[in-house]
Design a protein around this ligand. Structure first.
Ligand SMILES: [Zn+2]
Length: 189
């Protein structure tokens, strides 16, 4: 609207978020500017802090506020297993489910560098098993096959979370119980 450039810019910014349509964006913008500007300020400062202070863990690639994330530096985690996930968001989902007590590795993008990093991590922590928690599909199979081949000299066991996870469905769309079961029923990759 004319004369409301800043408000419009805020609506634009909200509607750029995943899953937020124009209508919701407008409601959010109205809420933080007019209904509860304190909540708005809190949101602005939380976004600013999170962007500045959240980095990738040097070892696993997960979200962290330090060089090593909470999970990698937690002595009580089971360092026998590394769960390989597609992106850092999957760690948040698996952690929420409480289905897993080992360490993680974020593949992000399949590259030689990423696979070497995984091999290094497996050696450093003395891992015994690599568990793949990928969205099932052809490319996932190909990636697992490649990684198994590349890491074949490390004496690791390879498994993948059970097929209860439907083909093409990403982890964030699976309920906690199914995820728990998929982790428990993991099988040889
Ligand atoms: Zn980490």
């Amino acid at each position: 609207m004319k004369g409301l450039e800043r408000f419009d810019a805020l609506v634009e910014a909200f509607s750029a978020l995943p899953g937020v349509g124009k209508k919701s964006a407008m409601r959010f913008a109205y809420f933080v500017t007019m209904s509860d500007s304190f909540a708005g300020m809190r949101l602005a400062s939380a976004i600013d802090d999170a962007i500045r202070l959240t980095v990738r863990c040097k070892q696993c690639g997960g979200l962290s506020e330090h060089e090593l994330c909470e999970i990698c530096s937690d002595q009580n985690r089971n360092s026998d297993t590394i769960c390989v996930v597609e992106n850092a968001k999957d760690i948040l989902i698996l952690e929420q489910s409480g289905a897993y007590e080992g360490l993680y590795f974020v593949l992000n993008e399949m590259s030689e560098q990423a696979v070497s990093k995984l091999a290094d991590m497996a050696s450093v922590i003395g891992a015994k098993e690599v568990i793949f928690a990928f969205t099932p599909g052809l490319s996932a199979d190909a990636i697992m096959f490649y990684i198994e081949d590349r890491l074949s000299n490390l004496g690791l066991k390879f498994s993948k979370i059970a097929q209860g996870v439907p083909t093409g469905v990403s982890l964030e769309n699976i309920d906690t119980l199914s995820l728990l079961k998929a982790m428990q029923d993991r099988m040889k990759a």
